[in-house]
Design a protein around this ligand. Structure first.
Ligand SMILES: Nc1ncnc2c1ncn2[C@@H]1O[C@H](COP(=O)(O)OP(=O)(O)O)[C@@H](O)[C@H]1O
Ligand SMILES: [Mg+2]
Length: 348
């Protein structure tokens, strides 16, 4: 029996109209105890609905949710030992930092002195010391975020839920805070379900990623599995940049992409397939390969971005080789590395 979170065939239809579309369509997954799972997908795919069902803020239309080995499907949020942090983390504007963080403890009957001491500990845990008396309006966005995080942590929930917690922050703070959330999660061994639409955020913080599309799970796995071995065009495109080319799978499993031949893959049906290629998977200048003429080059500091004209059409390449930059008009060949190349069904 697991001490994490389990969803079994969880389905959600809002309202009572039996013809209304399903927001979540029979999904099953597990968040193992002490690990972080992100639910990743485009807007409207059912991420928030899923998280709110875990929190007990919405009830599933079908299916069950198990937490700590206990069926909590019909329990309200107060009976689940979960804490949720939202996109709009809404601190109480008229309360100072320490009051904001200790509020939940006081509400649940903890004496004032102890509540203050635990709130101070939580603030220290998120690296916010010396701001106890400030009002939210006197804090930066990142500091407010830390207060919200401390407020969620101070309740010592068995499960912590995040719904796009970083989307109001600028890019640098987002990176900093996501690292902080990840290290806090690992240090305290927290069980976390984390919703985001940002694939780089998901790759950076997760033990497991659940990619959702239109209310169903498109694929689940580790960041490496999802980025390196997407099973559909949707996941390949969503997990990072990828160009998708039509190709042909031969009966013996060989996949032909123009003049290029990809390694055998036996689990793919012969016929028309698609090949999703990450821009960094192309190798430039091999003895044999796809003839290519450079149309455009851009220097980005740590990499070059190239656009080539080829028999497969325009090909976008990211090269980390800064020593021999190509200039427009250069003729070369392109071949494919083992990493960053996925064969996916054409119908997907
Ligand atoms: N309270 C609600 N009532 C009716 N439909 C809703 C409600 N909340 C969300 N939906 C619908 O459910 C689907 C999934 O929404 P949501 O879970 O918020 O997606 P996400 O968080 O991935 O953007 C959407 O089609 C949305 O319009
Ligand atoms: Mg949402």
């Amino acid at each position: 029996m697991s001490n994490g979170i389990e969803l079994h065939n969880v389905t959600k239809r809002y309202g009572s109209d039996a013809n209304a579309p399903l927001a979540v369509k029979g999904i099953s997954f597990e968040v193992p105890e002490g690990t972080l799972t992100t639910i990743l997908g485009p807007s409207g795919c059912g991420k928030t609905t899923t998280l709110r069902m875990i929190a007990g803020l919405e009830s599933p239309s079908f299916g069950s949710i198990i937490m700590g080995g206990r069926d909590v499907t019909t329990l309200g949020p107060a009976d689940r030992n979960v804490s949720m942090m939202f996109q709009s983390y809404a601190l109480f504007p008229h309360m100072n930092v320490i009051e904001n963080v200790s509020y939940g403890l006081k509400m649940s009957g903890v004496r004032k002195n102890e509540a203050m001491a635990r709130a101070r500990d939580a603030l220290k845990g998120v690296g916010l010391v010396g701001f106890d008396e400030r009002l939210p309006s006197e804090l930066s966005g990142g500091q407010q975020q830390r207060v919200a995080l401390a407020r969620a942590l101070v309740l010592e929930p068995a499960v912590l839920l995040f719904d796009e917690p970083l989307s109001n922050l600028d890019a640098r703070l987002r990176r900093e805070m996501r690292e902080e959330i990840r290290s806090l999660q690992q240090r305290l061994g927290l069980t976390v379900a984390y919703v985001t639409h940002d694939q780089s955020e998901a790759l950076a913080v997760s033990d497991q990623i659940i990619v959702m599309d239109h209310g169903v799970i498109a694929q689940r796995g580790t960041p490496q599995q999802l980025y390196g071995h997407p099973e559909s065009e949707f996941v390949a495109g969503f997990m990072g940049e990828a160009m998708v080319f039509p190709a042909v799978a031969q009966p013996e499993g060989r996949v032909e992409l123009g003049p290029l031949t990809l390694p055998l893959r036996y689990d793919i049906a012969p016929g028309v397939v698609k090949v999703a290629v990450r821009p960094e998977a192309w190798q430039i200048g091999a003895a044999v390969g796809l003839p290519a003429t450079l149309r455009k080059a851009a220097y980005l500091g740590s990499v070059y971005e190239y656009a080539f004209d080829t028999a497969l059409g325009s090909v976008f390449v990211v090269s980390a080789d800064l020593s021999r930059p190509l200039t427009a008009g250069a003729q070369t060949t392109l071949s494919l590395a083992m990493h960053g190349v996925s064969v996916v069904p054409a119908a997907a």
